[in-house]
Design a protein around this ligand. Structure first.
Ligand SMILES: Cc1cc2nc3c(=O)[nH]c(=O)nc-3n(C[C@H](O)[C@H](O)[C@H](O)COP(=O)(O)O)c2cc1C
Length: 170
């Protein structure tokens, strides 16, 4: 059985989780950035990782996800928002909705440091939709620390469980 981990990452957060996921996959599992990922056809299990861009899986990973057919998949993502927020849940629902024709065995999402360049550009916007509230400041400060070792451990656990369920024929 061939397995694959593919991720899209601008600033390294999603790559870090991809490496954690890859570390618990069976020996021989390939790890690839989406830019150089192989054709997804023929893989039994594919772990697909995206960064959240305006409430969606980023464009590069979305395009790759659309090419995956008839596989068992696990989805993972990183975002600036709280991982237990409605925003995070809605984004993951969208991602799962994009995987029609595949079997989604599980999902994982955690916070990831937001690119300071984006924050600086937003601060300069005349009509900034993201005003700097105390809540937002606290969230961005927390995001600075992620993904951390606890996030990596949680991702490893989620994917270990998925592989276990696959092995049990579910
Ligand atoms: C252009 C842009 C749009 C983003 N949109 C969102 C968003 O809609 N919701 C969110 O929670 N985080 C958003 N983020 C934050 C990233 O999803 C987050 O920092 C992620 O961990 C980046 O992952 P990477 O290091 O793998 O590129 C955005 C970041 C950028 C640069």
């Amino acid at each position: 059985m061939k397995n694959l981990v593919v991720y899209s990452s601008r600033t390294g957060n999603t790559r870090k989780i991809a490496e954690a996921v890859h570390s618990v996959m069976p020996a021989g599992t390939e790890l690839a950035a989406v830019e150089t990922a192989p054709d997804p056809a023929g893989y039994a299990f594919i772990a697909l990782g995206f960064w959240v861009d305006k409430g969606e899986p980023d464009a590069a990973m979305s395009a790759y996800m659309a090419r995956v057919k008839g596989a068992s998949v696990g989805l993972f993502g990183t975002l600036g928002a709280w991982p237990d927020s409605e925003h995070a849940r809605e984004t993951m629902r969208r991602a799962v909705g994009m995987m029609e024709g595949n079997k989604v065995l599980g999902t994982f999402i955690c916070q990831g440091r937001v690119d300071p360049k984006l924050l600086a550009a937003m601060a300069k916007m005349r009509e900034n939709p993201h005003a700097m509230t105390e809540e937002r400041k606290a969230r961005l400060l927390e995001a600075e620390k992620h993904p951390d070792e606890a996030d990596c451990a949680a991702a490893r656990q989620v994917f270990t469980d998925m592989l276990g369920r696959m092995g049990a024929g579910q």
